[in-house]
Design a protein. Structure first.
Length: 159
């Protein structure tokens, strides 16, 4: 058996140079795999921390607004909160104060109109045209009477 200069036996000295290179390469691959696993775990942990922070922030909204809700629910919330019919620009103005995605979007009207159309299509919001006013007013279904007319208390906001 080979020994170090101080007389201590060495197992490494019994391997060939090629064997040692293969062992080093194997250890390097294992180290890289472990590094990737660690990086993935840290990335997932950072995502979970951000998500928990968002959810805690949602719980802290005193007026009941939930940033993680769907856009349709956010539109309904804005109408309920204002308790009056609103036009698209007014809804955008209200929601961009709470939603940075909307506030920073380069074309807010186009971005928001898709969500507004879905809210109308799903029946969560009613679209009402007023003669002489460009665009539509958006109302909650309960603001419409049985005959399909806007209730007087809400109609006054549309003139």
């Amino acid at each position: 058996m080979n020994t170090y200069p101080n007389g201590t036996p060495s197992r490494m000295l019994q391997y060939s140079k090629e064997d040692l290179i293969r062992m080093i390469e194997t250890h390097e691959r294992e180290r890289q795999r472990d590094h990737e696993l660690l990086r993935d775990a840290l990335s997932r942990q950072e995502y979970l921390v951000r998500r928990v922070t968002e959810l805690e922030k949602d719980r802290q909204q005193p007026d009941g607004y939930h940033g993680t809700s769907s856009w349709i629910s956010k539109i309904v919330f804005a109408l309920q909160n204002e308790n009056k019919p609103l036009r698209s620009p007014e809804l955008i103005r209200l929601l961009e104060q709470r939603e940075s995605v909307l506030a920073e979007h380069h074309n807010k009207v186009q971005y928001f109109s898709a969500f507004l159309s879905n809210a109308v299509n799903y029946g969560r919001v009613v679209q009402q045209k007023v003669k002489g006013v460009r665009g539509y007013y958006y109302l909650l279904p309960e603001w419409i009477d049985g005959a399909g007319q806007v209730k007087a208390e809400y109609k006054r906001w549309m003139l």
